[in-house]
Ligand binder design. Structure first.
Ligand SMILES: [Fe+2]
Length: 259
């Protein structure tokens, strides 16, 4: 069971979902859908969230700082992470935004298929990534789906006072297609959206005196997962991201609890 904190959880974003729904209605989805498909299931928008929602997310980041779990995998990644379990305890408004039906429907239009939220036990369903020490980065990888269906990633910029870039390669798994390389900054309020098994990507190392915080939302087309792959996925999340405590016991760190 998730541990509880003594003090009331931070206030939910009262109208963030309504704001987001109204904002999303202003996009012309069809050209974006075409662009997403032409790029092999990848899209970037520099101005995605409204400034108000971005500001609310920046405030939420402050609430979870005590739960950051740092890890270091030589040659692959270095940085801090906060799982959905800790977010639920410390900044539940983020989960509310994740479950926004308007967002789900809008992203489903881009993907061209119905999307669903990840199961409650998935620590990656929504998570925050902290790049705060020089050299924090993640090397080339795919956001592999262990689910029976596809896994899509929405990566949102929250704080970016850094030179970090998302480097990516499109069409790497399309027979006969030419690989197309790119590199983007993701400013606060900006987003990238992609099929995790199609986009090869990395985040370049943080420089001295820099800071970067991003938020990911993970959506799936079929939330079922074989127990074996659930174990593999949890082990990977425990070692590479959130620690065993957040993944297997769904506990926020002791220092995050309040008397
Ligand atoms: Fe990734």
């Amino acid at each position: 069971m998730p541990s509880s904190v003594g003090a009331p959880a931070p206030q939910a974003l009262p109208d963030a979902r309504q704001r987001l729904a109204a904002h999303l209605a202003g996009f012309d989805v069809q050209p974006l859908r075409r662009e997403f498909a032409e790029h092999g299931a990848f899209l970037q928008l520099r101005d995605f969230l409204t400034p108000e929602i971005t500001a609310q997310l920046i405030a939420a980041v402050d609430c979870v700082k005590v739960a950051v779990h740092r890890n270091y995998l030589p040659g692959h990644k270095q940085g801090g992470s906060v799982s959905r379990h800790a977010i639920d305890a410390l900044a539940p408004a983020i989960g509310e935004l994740y479950r926004s039906s308007a967002l789900l429907e809008w992203l489903g239009q881009l993907a061209g298929e119905r999307l669903q939220v990840s199961p409650p036990k998935d620590p990656h369903a929504y998570a925050l990534y902290f790049y705060t020490r020089p050299g924090d980065h993640i090397g080339w990888h795919y956001d592999t789906s262990y689910y029976l269906g596809r896994r899509y990633t929405l990566l949102l910029g929250i704080i970016d006072e850094s030179s970090c870039r998302l480097d990516y390669e499109l069409h790497t798994r399309e027979a006969g297609a030419a690989v197309e390389a790119g590199s983007v900054l993701i400013p606060p309020g900006g987003m990238v959206f992609f099929d995790g098994d199609k986009l090869r990507h990395r985040i370049t190392p943080l420089g001295a005196g820099e800071v970067r915080v991003s938020l990911t939302f993970e959506y799936v087309t079929d939330p079922r997962m074989h127990p074996y792959w659930r174990l593999i996925s949890n082990m990977k999340d425990a070692v590479a991201y959130f620690g065993f405590r957040q993944v297997f016991r769904r506990l926020v760190p002791r220092r995050a609890r309040r008397a």
